[in-house]
Design a protein around this ligand. Structure first.
Ligand code: SF4
Length: 191
């Protein structure tokens, strides 16, 4: 039997990440690794090595939907692959990311108070204050963590829903990180 490589277990990291957010919201900052690393690898390595080997989230969907059979395994709809949907979703996602940065800036500048809550599906505000003790970090650091964790959890929930409805890794067809790294690789290979 083939010996598994260390990075084939990164799905465990995905679970740990979300679990940590239930205890201390500041751990949400660790998600920036998953945000920046795919871009760095795409820019310097000119490939999608992150998606193919290092993404714990993709591995987790494959495991839950594949081995644990939590997916109906129906074909991923064609519209999910379409350019308009992938780039439209990327635009929407980045707009939400921008609004989260704006909220962080408002707190940093003192124009707004820290909101100890996360937003699910960009609309549902869920109180999350037990994960933060005032004074353990600057309010803006905590605000970013609440906002970022909400974004990460929202995308994980959407990914889980499409995993159950269609092929296990259907999320990957329109994942903003996947779309961005693909665009970067295309640009680099055109040079
Ligand atoms: S497309 Fe997104 S979820 Fe899928 S492997 Fe790449 S970064 Fe991970």
């Amino acid at each position: 039997m083939r010996k598994k490589k260390w990075y084939e277990y990164l799905w465990i990291w995905s679970i740990i990440y979300f679990a940590l957010g239930f205890f201390n919201i500041l751990f949400a900052w660790l998600g920036m690794i998953d945000f920046l690393l795919p871009i760095v690898i795409a820019v310097f390595g000119k490939n999608k090595w992150f998606c193919n080997h290092l993404c714990g989230r993709g591995q987790l969907f494959a495991l839950l939907g594949g081995r644990l059979k939590l997916s109906r395994n129906k074909p991923t709809p064609h519209w999910m692959y379409s350019k308009w949907f992938r780039y439209g979703f990327l635009l929407f996602f980045m707009t939400m990311f921008g609004s989260m940065i704006f909220q962080t800036w408002m707190v940093a500048s003192g124009a707004s108070d820290l909101r100890e809550a996360i937003k699910l599906l960009w609309t549902i505000r869920v109180p999350w204050g037990w994960t933060y003790t005032a004074g353990t970090a600057s309010p803006w650091v905590a605000q970013f963590a609440f906002g970022f964790y909400g974004l990460m959890l929202t995308s994980a929930i959407i990914g889980l829903v499409v995993m159950m409805l269609y092929k296990p890794r259907s999320w990957c067809t329109f994942c903003p990180m996947g779309t961005m790294t693909q665009a970067v690789c295309r640009l680099e290979h055109r040079e």
